[in-house]
Design a protein around this ligand. Sequence first.
Ligand SMILES: Cc1cc2nc3c(=O)[nH]c(=O)nc-3n(C[C@H](O)[C@H](O)[C@H](O)COP(=O)(O)O)c2cc1C
Length: 201
Amino acid sequence: MQHLIISAHPNQNSFSNALAEALAAESLNHKINPIRRNLYDIDFNPILTNEDLGQIKEGRIPEDIYREQTLIKEADIISFIYPLWWGSFPAILKGYFDRVLTNGFAFKISSNGPEGLLKGKKVVLHTSMGNSVEEYEKKGILDAFRQIHGDEVFGFCGIEIAGHYFYPRISDSSPEIKKQYIEKALQNYNSIFSRMHQISV
Ligand SMILES: Cc1cc2nc3c(=O)[nH]c(=O)nc-3n(C[C@H](O)[C@H](O)[C@H](O)COP(=O)(O)O)c2cc1C
């Protein structure tokens, strides 16, 4: 089984990349093969151009998009790890969704409406933030993050959202607190990984 782990943070020493590394090691402990991808390390081009749109419409998928789609196709579970930037994904990750989750690959539109084409896969989202969870709950937008970052992207593609975890006040958290968050994050995968093993036997 394959676990595609995608992070979107330019700093190797960030909480996001530390979590991604720990998750890769934990996957191996569960006999699940991790594929690590930091979109900055691979210099992912996030700009969806008119040329891309034309080629995709004709069924000719640009090589860099095809590479990412192949990794998604081969993955049983995908984890996205990113900081909250202006209430949203970092632009490089948003551009990854724009370019990689194409019509015909991730979904199709027929006379019955849209249909997700990536059924059977799971996704787990990890969002680190500068604010506290309470502040966003008070504003009533934590559920909006779940909806917009989760359902509107992955639900639309037919992917099961197995978890969406928020890590508050990361910017001023101590190394001990960050370590605790990472340990808790790994624990959350225990039941997901065992369910995956049960289904595969
Ligand atoms: C461009 C930018 C925009 C940000 N916007 C938000 C925001 O909207 N809400 C928030 O809580 N934190 C925001 N932050 C703080 C980051 O989410 C926080 O620094 C990050 O999650 C820390 O985790 P890391 O160690 O993985 O970078 C922003 C930071 C940057 C650099």
